[in-house]
Structures are given as structure tokens and as C-alpha cells.
Design a protein around this ligand. Structure first.
Ligand SMILES: Nc1ncnc2c1ncn2[C@@H]1O[C@H](COP(=O)(O)OP(=O)(O)OP(=O)(O)O)[C@@H](O)[C@H]1O
Ligand SMILES: [Mg+2]
Length: 252
């Protein structure tokens, strides 16, 4: 039984004059404990699809189910969404930013403190728990964003180009850390979906890459990545480049 089911999802945006078809009959399933990346040309509806999964917008037709329940609006316990721009509250410390989602779902103070401690540790933020966002590098800010999303222990974590605002070295470290957190049995959330425009990043991170067409976005192919983990040696693995080429040729 898949944890996420996307059935015949189409999405149109309309203003006074024009109708834009953003997504056209998108279908896929995602299993629990899968790491899925979505790639496709700019404007093909990737962010739109993630917003639909998060319940922040609704399909024009079709249906999305998470854990057999139709997504009918945002629910922090169902899906958490993190952005490339971090979205932290500047007047709150790192711990207080992580606490935000827990307060929203009504977790009691003592439990909140335990959960904050756990995710501060998991994302290597111990030294910074009392710092405010302006004191942090971009990489640290994104760690807080991820810790905050995971702290609520949602069924799925949704990430929209989470590393694209970071320098290459920081992004590289964070990729590995996110994979470690995903594989860590103490992390309650174990289904991760990430949008990226970097094909190499997708093949490095994912169990499955969903390749989308140019707008209106359709699923061209679901590419399984069976390269063994950890994939630190991918730079020397011909299978890695074959998959990247396959995806690049699909997108055209
Ligand atoms: N709220 C909206 N109102 C009108 N049009 C929208 C809205 N959101 C998205 N669109 C349009 O839908 C299409 C898909 O946008 P979306 O942001 O999902 O693409 P994307 O694949 O995430 O692109 P990128 O790779 O550049 O981030 C675009 O043509 C965009 O202009
Ligand atoms: Mg986008």
C-alpha cells in the first residue's frame, strides 16, 4: 500500500484572459521510506505539485491521497513543506523556530523540549540553539528549516529546491546530512520528496526520480535508482552517469 497516491491530477490556473494548464493528468505512487526526487524543466509545475501534496492548493481534477486519506487542506502532521528561502522567523531563536510547528499542533511544553533537543542534535545545531537566524549561515538556516519540519513528525517531508540558495560545498554537506537523517531509524518521518533542477543531485539522493515534461507537466517516466547507498563514490560509478544521461535525454 503506497503512502502517497496521485490519481489523474490536473491543475489549471486562470486569470481574466488566459487559462494556464500547469499539470496534465499526473499519476504516481510513493511508498513509505522512499526518497523521491522530482525533476523537470522550469515552469513544468513541480512547485505546484508540491503545494497540492501539502494541501496548500487543490487539483482542478483528480485526487491526492496520503495514508489513504484525501488531502483536503494543510495538515502539519500529514505533510511539511520546506523552501529554498528557509522561512525562519527572525525574532525567534533556533530552538524557538523549531518549536513553532509543535506549538501549532498543540504539543505540551515538556514533550516539545524533548523533541526540540532530539532534532537540534540530529541536524547538528547544538551550538546554535539560542542563536537567532541573522547569526546563522545559509546552510545552518536550512538545517533549522529541516529540523522544524521534522520536529512535527509528519508522514511526509516535502522539499522545494532546498539546497539551491546555498554554495556548492555547503549544499554537498547538507545533502549527505539529509540522507543520513532520512535513513536514521529515530527520525519518525521517513518518506522524503524533493524537487530539484539538478539531475545529478536527484540521482545522488533518490530511490526514484519522477521525470516531468515541459508545461503542462506530465510524468514522462519514473526512473528507479538502485545504486547502493551510501553513494559517496558516485563520481566514479558509470551507472550514475548512465542514469543522469537517460534523464537528460528524456527532458530533451
Ligand atoms: N498561483 C498561480 N497563479 C497563476 N499561475 C501560476 C500560479 N502558480 C504557478 N503558476 C504557473 O504554473 C506554471 C507552473 O509553475 P510552477 O511554479 O509549479 O513551476 P516549477 O516547475 O516549480 O518551475 P521552476 O523550476 O521555475 O521552479 C507556471 O507557468 C506558473 O506561471
Ligand atoms: Mg518551482
Amino acid at each position: 500500500m503506497p503512502i502517497i497516491e496521485v490519481h489523474n491530477v490536473s491543475k489549471d490556473f486562470a486569470d481574466d484572459k488566459n487559462k494556464i494548464k500547469a499539470l496534465d493528468n499526473v499519476n504516481f505512487n510513493i511508498d513509505e521510506h522512499e526518497f523521491v526526487c522530482i525533476v523537470g524543466p522550469s515552469g513544468c509545475g513541480k512547485s505546484t505539485l508540491l503545494r497540492l501534496l501539502a494541501g496548500l492548493d487543490f487539483p482542478t481534477s483528480g485526487m491526492i491521497k496520503i495514508k489513504d486519506e484525501e488531502v483536503d487542506g494543510p495538515d502539519p502532521k500529514r505533510a511539511a513543506l520546506i523552501f529554498q528561502t528557509f522561512g525562519l522567523l527572525p525574532w525567534r531563536t533556533v530552538s524557538e523556530n523549531i518549536e513553532l510547528g509543535l506549538q501549532a499542533v498543540g504539543t505540551i511544553k515538556q514533550t516539545r523540549d524533548q523533541i526540540i533537543e532530539k532534532y537540534v542534535k540530529l541536524m547538528d545545531l547544538e551550538e546554535f540553539s539560542d542563536a537567532r537566524p541573522y547569526e546563522l549561515s545559509g546552510g545552518m538556516k536550512q538545517r533549522v528549516g529541516i529540523a522544524r519540519a521534522l520536529a512535527v513528525e509528519p508522514q511526509v517531508l516535502l522539499m522545494d529546491e532546498p539546497f539551491s540558495a546555498l554554495d556548492a560545498i555547503t549544499a554537498d554537506m547538507l545533502r549527505k546530512d539529509v540522507l543520513e537523517v532520512w535513513a536514521d531509524p529515530s527520525t519518525k518521518t521517513n518518506t522524503f520528496i524533493m524537487i530539484t533542477h539538478l539531475i545529478e543531485e536527484a540521482v545522488f539522493m533518490a530511490d526514484k526520480v519522477i521525470v516531468m515534461s515541459k508545461r503542462p507537466g506530465r510524468v514522462l517516466k519514473e526512473v528507479e535508482v538502485t545504486i547502493p547507498r551510501p553513494r559517496v563514490e558516485h563520481a566514479r560509478d558509470p551507472a550514475f552517469f548512465e542514469l543522469c544521461d537517460e534523464i537528460r535525454n528524456l527532458i530533451g
